[in-house]
Write a protein that binds this ligand. Structure first.
Ligand SMILES: Nc1ncnc2c1ncn2[C@@H]1O[C@H](COP(=O)(O)OP(=O)(O)OP(=O)(O)O)[C@@H](O)[C@H]1O
Length: 242
């Protein structure tokens, strides 16, 4: 056996190959290829309608029709139902945050099913988001936008999933709250979580992410590491129309 054969390449947390997705007759993803290494933060960038959210929803199995390969920790999930996919260690925080008027903060945190023993207790989730402790009995929709986003993230941490999919967590939030969300993402990364983030705010993404995929018309148009994105930032801002 050669030395090269003995080298073990770590398995990525998520590997997507030739992913296609459809809404009815509308073919939206056209062969996405991407990898999310364990422990990294990876961002999907792109204009509105490029296919970023559909990529996250495809990983969760909640688009009507998909084709290709989506491996989670080495397991092919393309043929699985959403509740089975979740059990392979992935949790989704949707763009609309999914916060209910009829449940208070505590009830939102008690809602998720644990998929892994690493799931935070309600008390641990509240340690990470102290603002929420003060709002424990407030109905979800009485919270500010920033508090709702924090609750949506705290809720998925209860599951114990090591891979978090966050869809535009900073959308519509004030700069000071955006900063707090950035700190939380850094803390989660330091704790070993792997994060796939959809983000319109390039500057925010550049502060938190290790790798970046530019999605355009349902395909990967470019892939950057941190140095590459610094070099291309002006061209990229023009391309994103921001
Ligand atoms: N439920 C749906 N039914 C039909 N078409 C949809 C549906 N959701 C999204 N689309 C279409 O699929 C394409 C990709 O949408 P997607 O939401 O993935 O884009 P995006 O890059 O996340 O942009 P945005 O930031 O606007 O959400 C768009 O043309 C959009 O109109």
């Amino acid at each position: 056996m050669t030395d090269a054969a003995a080298v073990r390449v770590p398995q990525p947390m998520l590997a997507i190959r030739d992913l296609h997705a459809w809404y009815g007759e509308s073919h939206v993803l056209h062969g996405i290829d991407l990898e999310v290494p364990t422990g990294q933060v990876v961002t999907l960038l792109g204009r509105n309608g490029a296919g970023k959210s559909t990529t996250l929803k495809s990983i969760m199995g909640i688009v009507p029709r998909r084709r290709g390969s989506i491996c989670l920790q080495g397991t092919e999930t393309i043929g699985l139902r959403p509740y089975h996919i979740a059990r392979h260690g992935v949790a989704f925080c949707p763009e609309d945050r999914g916060i209910y008027a009829t449940l208070d903060v505590k009830e939102h945190l008690e809602l998720p099913t644990r998929v892994d023993d690493r799931g935070l207790s309600t008390a641990e989730a509240l340690d990470l988001f102290p603002n929420l402790r003060e709002r424990l009995h407030s109905p979800g929709t009485k919270l500010s936008g920033g508090e709702q986003q924090m609750l949506a993230i705290a809720r998925i941490l209860r599951t114990g999933a090591p891979l978090l999919l966050l869809d535009e967590p900073t959308e519509g939030l004030a700069p000071s709250i955006v900063e707090q969300i950035g700190d939380i993402i850094q803390q989660l990364k330091a704790q070993g979580y792997t994060i796939l983030l959809v983000e319109q705010n390039l500057r925010f993404a550049m502060d938190v992410a290790d790798q970046f995929y530019l999605i355009d018309h349902g395909q990967v148009a470019a892939h950057y590491d941190r140095d590459g994105i610094e070099r291309d930032v002006d061209a990229l801002l023009a391309r994103l129309g921001v």
